[in-house]
Design a protein around this ligand. Structure first.
Ligand code: AMP
Ligand code: ZN
Length: 496
């Protein structure tokens, strides 16, 4: 079905994509922990996998896309110890934990809508799968790779490795170094080994979010929910597991161990990890205090921003970097993205206005357009290379602009090539990259009416030789990024 290759973080190489059960594809992405607003870094990761989902669908695969909501179990430190994030925030905001979950889930969906993310086909929650998490914990105990201790249950890393497995293979972490690093953390006395991680934690009476289990009242460990939900909806082995790079360890490492320990086989064919969004050279993160919220870009209300930037500008900026590269967000980058987006959207508008004319087909031009169209697929097949796709679409946009400026006529390529140009350009720009024309999607009607008024006033001022007013209008529009075009058919305007 395709020539797609994917960089598999487990094998550390690019591999040909061969789904287990084509045309079906199972895709799992670790979703947000809903105890605070998602920041732009989280958004980058979700946009990257939206691109993956979109492209797989574009290729014709029937994708089941599972992206969970972590509404229980994510504890405040890396080792899976500490307190429950939802509960901490609930106390801080004087709300029920489930009000915290609801508030930030709604906020997350709003961000997804703004950034044009397709909804996953299943969006399961950790709290909705407590029974299954208890069952998997029991299975791991039965299989000899977990043990109960003082009302909690831990995964037994040594027992797991003794069965010929290799805890640490995804992240490349060294077990001895990990043991040394974890030694001083809380709760170590309950464990056989300091790197053992919690599958189930005993809850003290003041914990609000707790459930009954064979080991007493408690709550699940964070890593367990993804093993449970991916297996439940995608099977014991599925195609792609996705997440941010910072989740490789311990989260994904633990997921592999749990799945292998419970089901007896490697769960995932292709592990994909996005690189981080940096701000001023540092990973954007809530705990580092350098996170910018998506809405702050849209309103421009952040001391480090010079003006508002639309969601599509930010999405475009993200697409200019490969998902596996670090991305540093800068004002210059945002400004360039704004211009780039406008160029591609204007070309889409022009393309819709082009008329095919059966004059003479120029073989060279025909070949050029066909090659550029085919190039779109080639670069996306190469591990979803969106920056190269944008570069190819730029080249197609240049060709479209030439036709547009040449009387909006297309006469030097065949009808089939013209059709290919239309479907390729629109397909990759809108369906694959998920970009949309905000000027058109926004309040275009209202803008058209206002612009008609401005154009009329300018016309009157020119007729009465009131150059001050007409210059003022022209300059103000230019500042707003709007260009007025006079022709024998009248005056039109263009944004960008
Ligand atoms: P969390 O809500 O913290 O579980 O994170 C949700 C997703 O965002 C995870 O896949 C993280 O790996 C990802 N993530 C967190 N910070 C960043 C960042 N600065 N850049 C890109 N992805 C991030
Ligand atoms: Zn996960």
């Amino acid at each position: 079905m395709s020539d797609l290759t994917i960089y598999n973080t487990l094998s550390r190489q690019k591999e040909k994509f061969e789904p287990i059960n084509p045309p079906y594809v199972g895709l799992y992405c670790c979703g947000p922990t809903v105890y605070s607003d998602v920041h732009l870094g989280n958004t980058r990761t979700f946009i990257s996998f939206d691109l993956v989902y979109r492209y797989l669908k574009f290729l014709g695969y029937k994708v089941r896309y599972v992206r969970n909501i972590t509404d229980a179990g994510h504890l405040t430190n890396e080792a899976g110890e500490g307190k429950n994030r939802m509960e901490d925030q609930a106390k801080l905001e004087k709300l029920e934990p489930m009000e915290i979950v609801q508030k930030y889930t709604v906020g997350f969906h709003e961000v997804c809508r703004l950034f044009n993310l397709l909804p996953p086909t299943i969006e399961p929650t950790a709290t909705g799968h407590i029974v299954e998490q208890i069952e998997m914990t029991q299975k791991l105990i039965d299989n000899g790779v977990a043990y109960a201790s003082n009302g909690s249950v831990y995964f037994d890393v040594n027992a797991y490795n003794a069965k010929g497995n290799n805890y640490g293979k995804l992240s490349g972490r060294n077990i001895d170094e990990l043991i040394a690093g974890y030694r001083d953390l809380d709760g170590q006395d309950e464990k056989r080994n300091s790197i053992d991680f919690a599958l189930w934690k005993k809850a003290s009476p003041e914990h609000i979010m707790q459930w009954n289990s064979p080991w007493g009242s408690g709550f699940p460990g964070w890593h367990l929910e993804c093993s449970v939900m991916s297996t439940k909806y995608l099977g014991k082995q599925f195609d792609i597991h996705a997440g941010g790079m910072d989740l490789k360890f311990p989260h994904h490492e633990c997921e592999i161990a749990q799945n292998v320990g419970a089901c007896g086989n490697e769960p995932v064919r292709y592990w994909m990890h996005t690189n981080m969004l940096n701000f001023n050279g540092q990973k954007m993160s809530k705990s580092l205090g350098n996170s910018i919220l998506p809405m702050q870009f849209i309103t421009g209300e952040h001391p480090l921003l010079d003006k508002p930037y639309s969601a599509m500008t930010v999405r475009f900026l993200f697409m200019q970097s490969h998902y596996s590269s670090e991305l540093d967000i800068t004002i210059k980058g945002l400004q360039d993205a704004e211009k780039g987006l406008r160029k591609l959207m204007n070309a889409a508008k022009y393309l819709a206005e082009l008329k095919f004319d059966t004059a003479t087909s120029d073989e060279q031009q025909d070949k050029l357009i066909q090659e550029l169209c085919n190039e779109c697929k080639t670069v996306m097949d190469d591990d979803f290379n969106a920056p190269k796709l944008l570069a190819t679409l730029y080249e197609l946009a240049t060709q479209i602009n030439i036709y547009y400026n040449d009387g909006k006529k297309v006469s030097n390529i065949s009808k089939a090539t013209f059709n290919q140009l239309q479907t390729t350009y629109n397909g990759y720009l809108f369906d694959v990259l998920g970009l949309s024309d905000e000027a058109a999607a926004g309040n275009n009607d209202a803008l058209d009416k206002v612009m008609q008024l401005v154009i009329d006033i300018r016309k009157q001022s020119r007729e009465t030789k009131d150059w001050t007013t007409s210059d003022k209008i022209r300059d103000a529009l230019k500042n707003a990024g709007i260009e007025i075009k006079d022709s024998k058919d009248g005056t039109t305007y263009e944004i960008g």
